[in-house]
Design a protein around this ligand. Structure first.
Ligand code: KIV
Ligand code: ZN
Length: 514
């Protein structure tokens, strides 16, 4: 019989904890909607006590997203648990996830608590959480480096106190698949409450040694029935187990695992693109399942094989993850209807206003570019769907440079309906444009990342620029696409600045709370 493996997605909590991946509340909601389409079993929407912004995001997701369990993380402290409850109680299926470290190094050096104190606190706090919420998950943090007998004692204690899911984290990605699988088997064997209370054993693996997916799968084989993971494997340090890898491994190797998830795999690619777009964390081309090369066959011998029989070199179908071939779909004669239908086909539902703006951009691109593929359309849409209100827009950009000539840029922006213009020079054309934009917007952020890549092949390919800028401890992402790379660079930088200004304005409106 096929065992069901629950997928607990923590992209919006552990994933968002990764350096530089800060998302605003609208973006978190957008991702949560996509996670619901994926049909994940649970969404860890955030860490409610971390900031008023986090609290508000968890609350909005709990209010608006129907289907999955909505969960907030909480330390084993009353104030955390209460805050988590205040946020998730708006869901039809709320969960509080309480954690407390059980490894010697964490207890001694971080918590400064004795094992007895940790045991007592874990039990008391789970009891408290249970008095508020019917569904409690408990994680003994750094379980991978904890003493096994102590771990069994804590797990038994918190189950007696009301926890119905026990999540076993390999917090620092230290274990190997053999050890981690054995640990799960031992927990199930040595904690009688697990079977007696029909408790879900969950796993949460970090990728420090590149073993997060392997460890999660070893745990499934050993009896775990929930896997915690993130889209594209984003997360603290080297990240978490990646949802697409775990899900597609179970799907593809059903013969071996005898287990499956209820994930709608055809939504995987879109989820991956969305998370990458919104966080600015690009997916490496050779990334399993969702990387640009995951289904590309370069070697002639491979191509010939695939043409004769797909399964010679492909173990999954691109369609299974929702990947459409980058074929020519629309041209300059395509009308609004065809455009809207195609976007709908690709899974995008735009408001009338965004559709209109996207269509204008499509027409503009179609005038200059002969072949427009799905990736071009995706870029157009992501510029429209995920933007915040624009404080500044680009009117025109003129640059000049050459051998023995100082690069100069004249940038004209529109602000509150009026044009503003300046000429600046820098070490290159992009630098000159960025200096001009900084002067005009009076924002001088630190440029953390500037990445340029071609969308599709050919010399008429659009260039897509992704920038990440830093203001204080906050990171903002901007994307820009154009056939002119200077324009794409300007669009990306200004998009990030507009996000920064929007965030500053919303913080002031909320009383500077976040
Ligand atoms: O990695 C970890 O231990 C965690 C816990 C809070 C579950 O993220
Ligand atoms: Zn973690």
């Amino acid at each position: 019989m096929t065992r069901k493996i629950k997928i607990f997605d923590t992209t919006l909590r552990d994933g968002e904890q990764c350096p530089g991946a800060s998302l605003n509340p609208e973006e978190k909601l957008e991702i949560a909607r996509q996670l619901a389409k994926l049909n994940v079993d649970a969404i860890e929407a955030g860490f409610a006590i971390a900031s008023p912004g986090d609290f508000e995001s968890v609350k909005q997701i709990a209010r608006q997203i129907k289907g999955p369990i909505i969960c907030s993380l909480a330390r084993a402290k009353k104030e955390d648990i209460l805050r988590a409850w205040e946020a998730v109680k708006h869901s039809d299926r709320p969960r509080i996830h309480v954690f407390l470290a059980t490894s010697p190094v964490h207890m001694e050096k971080k918590l400064r608590m004795t094992p007895d104190e940790v045991f007592k606190t874990a039990v008391e706090m789970v009891k408290y959480a249970k008095s508020l919420c019917p569904d409690i998950e408990f994680s003994p943090e750094d379980a991978g480096r904890s003493d096994h007998d102590f771990l069994y004692k804590v797990i038994g204690g918190v189950i007696d106190a009301g926890a119905s899911t026990i999540n076993v984290p390999d917090t620092v990605g230290y274990t190997t698949p053999w050890e981690f699988g054995q640990l799960i088997e031992n927990i199930i064997k040595n904690v009688p409450q697990v079977k007696k209370n029909d408790v879900t054993i969950s796993v949460h693996c970090h990728n420090d040694l590149g073993l997060a997916t392997a460890n999660s799968l070893a745990a499934v084989k050993a009896g775990a029935s929930q896997v915690e993971c993130t889209i594209n494997g984003i997360g603290e340090r080297a990240g978490n187990a990646s949802l697409e890898e775990v899900v597609m491994a179970l799907h593809t190797r059903h013969d071996f695992f005898g287990a499956n998830t209820e994930i709608n795999t055809t939504e995987i690619y879109k989820a991956s693109r969305m998370v990458s777009n919104l966080t600015g964390l690009l997916v490496q081309p050779n990334k399993a399942v969702v990387g640009a090369n995951a289904f590309a066959h370069e070697a002639g011998i491979h191509q010939a094989g695939v043409l004769r029989a797909r399964e010679t070199y492909e173990i999954m179908k691109p369609e299974d993850i929702g990947l459409t071939k980058n074929r020519l779909v629309l041209g300059k004669h395509s009308g609004r209807h065809a455009f809207a239908d195609k976007l709908k086909d690709m899974g995008y539902t735009l408001t009338e206003e965004n559709l209109e703006k996207a269509f204008e951009k499509f027409k503009d691109l179609a005038d200059r570019k002969k072949e427009i593929g799905d990736r071009d359309l995706e870029t157009i849409v992501s510029e429209e769907v995920y933007v915040v209100p624009e404080t500044y827009t680009i009117d025109s950009i003129e640059t000049s440079s050459g051998t023995n000539k100082k690069p100069v840029a004249t940038v004209k922006l529109i602000h509150k309906g009026k044009p503003i213009e300046i000429t600046e020079s820098g070490v290159g054309q992009v630098d000159s444009v960025y200096r001009a934009i900084e002067k005009l917007t009076k924002v001088k952020p630190q440029l953390v990342d500037y990445i340029i890549q071609a969308i599709t092949g050919g010399t008429d390919a659009q260039g897509e620029v992704t920038v990440r800028i830093k203001d204080g401890d906050k990171i903002y992402v901007g994307h820009g696409a154009s056939m002119d790379v200077i324009m794409a660079s300007a669009k990306a930088f200004l998009a990030a600045i507009n996000r920064l200004l929007y965030d500053r304005a919303s913080s002031i409106a909320k009383g500077g709370l976040d």
